[in-house]
Design a protein around this ligand. Structure first.
Ligand code: NAP
Ligand code: ZN
Length: 350
């Protein structure tokens, strides 16, 4: 099937329109007309080759929401017209211990990413959701609860699950004291989800400018990371900090903030960090950990949780051709709190 998308042709080039083929529907595939796609900071990292692994041409986008247009002969869970979603993975080996326990993102053979991955059958590079259509193996397609406003669901598929997974892994619930470092796409979902799980949430931000909106999102506290006095006073006041900061930073500044047995989970920056002193980790049995996205079953659990609680992302809707301006603003941390591409704008363009 011919489809239209936007792609990066190199790390320096702005994204441009692109026509390409989606594969024919296999017996276990679902074909989807994409209605909305979120703009994750990872899309920007990947388009710019920040991780030195981008395969060009690259079509980003892994926060995908749409409607089913066709299903393969073996598909039983979806029908034409269903409201569905696709996140960061479109396939995995399905038989290793990680896949069997529902952690396909840690598949021993490597999960197939929605974009910049390699299709397990055709060996072609996968193209993501900055496009009008996508074809995905049924086991990696999620159902969107009827109660949710479709235009505000897309960020749940990456920003949401990336923060929900460590919250669940660390049994966050009523009484948990959770800090969220970096109030962007991931951070704002972390605030909503941790609050939804009953935790007391504090946003840790670079400046005071987002205080009002942090409290409006449900946070009970606000800590300015550049205010050394406030940081000192906050020592030992968290059980868990979710660090969503996308750039190199000194994570050890957060160590004293967590209580004994507390944890800092890095979900943002990938790569080297400045050297740090391990003393606060050892003396306090504190943990420094990492996490990526979450499994398919847990992503469905999250969508259903959001459906019950009516948790939605705060989205700034953009037209497809506004993506390059959105990237510039995203790089500056100037988004409240997620850009989402309205694919109807694309349909008008081509
Ligand atoms: P975002 O919307 O740009 O938000 C990042 C926030 O970090 C900013 O709003 C800002 O919050 C803070 N920040 C601190 N220093 C910054 C700096 N120098 N430049 C820009 N922001 C800075 O990004 P996102 O979409 O939430 O993604 C965050 C990171 O998570 C990215 O690196 C992305 O690749 C990664 N990610 C990881 C996973 C995973 O599976 N682990 C999944 C998705 C994304 P304040 O203004 O409050 O300080
Ligand atoms: Zn993402």
């Amino acid at each position: 099937m011919k489809t239209h998308g936007f792609f990066a042709e190199s790390a320096e080039a702005p994204l441009k329109p692109f026509s390409f083929d989606r594969r024919d529907v296999r017996s276990n595939d679902v074909a989807i007309e994409i209605l909305y796609c979120g703009v994750c900071h990872s899309d920007l990292h990947q388009a710019r080759n920040d991780w030195s692994n981008t395969l060009y041409p690259s079509v980003p986008g892994h926060e995908i929401v749409g409607r089913v247009t066709d299903v393969g002969s073996d598909v039983t869970r979806f029908r034409v017209g269903d409201r569905v979603a696709v996140g960061c993975m479109v396939d995995s080996c399905s038989h290793c211990d990680q896949c069997r326990q529902g952690d396909e993102q840690y598949c021993r053979e490597g999960a197939t990413w929605t974009y910049n991955g390699i299709d397990r059958i055709t060996k072609e590079v996968t193209f993501g959701g900055y496009a009008r259509h996508i074809v995905v193996r049924d086991d990696f397609v999620l159902s969107v609860p009827d109660s949710l406003d479709l235009s505000r669901v897309a960020p749940i598929l990456c920003a949401g699950i990336t923060t929900y997974s460590p919250l669940r892994f660390r049994n966050v619930g009523p009484g948990s004291r959770v800090g969220v470092a970096g109030l962007g796409g991931l951070g704002h979902m972390a605030v909503k989800l941790a609050t939804g799980l009953g935790a007391d949430v504090t946003v840790i931000s670079r400046s005071k400018s987002k205080e009002g909106s942090a409290l409006a999102l449900g946070a009970g506290g606000f800590l300015v990371s550049t205010d050394s006095q406030a940081m000192k006073e906050a020592a030992g006041s968290f059980d868990l900090i979710i660090d969503t900061i996308p750039v190199q930073h000194d994570v050890s500044e957060f160590f004293p903030l967590v209580d004994i047995d507390g944890a800092i989970v890095m979900v943002g920056q990938l790569g080297a960090t400045p050297a740090f002193n391990t003393s606060p980790l050892l003396i306090g049995r504190r943990q420094l950990a990492g996490s990526i996205i979450g499994g398919i079953a847990q992503t469905q659990e999250l969508l259903d949780f959001c459906g019950r609680k009516n948790i939605l992302a705060d989205c700034e809707m953009i037209r497809m051709e506004e993506i390059n301006d959105a990237f510039v603003r995203l790089e500056k941390g100037d988004v409240h709190y997620r850009f989402v591409i309205d694919m109807a704008s694309f349909t008008e363009m081509v």
